[in-house]
Design a protein around this ligand. Sequence first.
Ligand SMILES: C[S@@+](CC[C@H](N)C(=O)[O-])C[C@H]1O[C@@H](n2cnc3c(N)ncnc32)[C@H](O)[C@@H]1O
Length: 201
Amino acid sequence: MRIRQHVNPNQVHFARFRGERPVLDGRPLEVEVGCADAQFLFERAQAAPSRQYVGLEIREDLVDLVNRRARALGVPVHAVFCQAQLHMTEIFAPGSVDRVYINFPDPWFKRRHHDRRMVDAALAEGIAAVARPGAEIFVQSDVWNIALPAMATFERDDRFVNLAGEWTFWRAGNPYGVRSWREQHAEETGLPIWRIRYRRR
Ligand SMILES: C[S@@+](CC[C@H](N)C(=O)[O-])C[C@H]1O[C@@H](n2cnc3c(N)ncnc32)[C@H](O)[C@@H]1O
């Protein structure tokens, strides 16, 4: 199957939520925003199978692939087709998410494409609404010009506390014991990775 490399999240096509809401049962809930193949969530589900894992993804083909794989493996992973900046509150009840991962958001390097970047005040608003008090928000990127504005987004929002101290990157590596596809590639090729970790007040 041919998977599209990138889609423009600002297309009107993505404005209305057309995904399928996951069936959630109150177990601790971890969400990856922009999950792609969901390698990170599949590995989390193997390490901690008593939790639930939802990946949000704008490329519909990948959503189908992840859900077929999850069914075949019988693991508690579910992908939802959505535009995450717009649809977080359509998918999750207020205060229902225990952890949010944002692993290696698309860099959209060209200046005219910067408005396609995923981590912005709208995404933070959605996360603030669905994260329970005390929930963790973890962001990592191998692109400085993504990591710094992402940090600025959360630093400017009083609802989030930086666990490493204000305006400080998380130096200890990824604390979750699994790696996303992009993270594995970055580590194996020796790219620097900037990580930040927040708590929802
Ligand atoms: C560079 S990939 C990283 C995938 C994975 N997190 C990893 O670390 O390997 C970024 C993913 O975010 C998805 N994405 C980009 N903008 C999005 C949005 N607004 N809503 C949902 N997914 C989005 C892209 O389609 C892509 O699969």
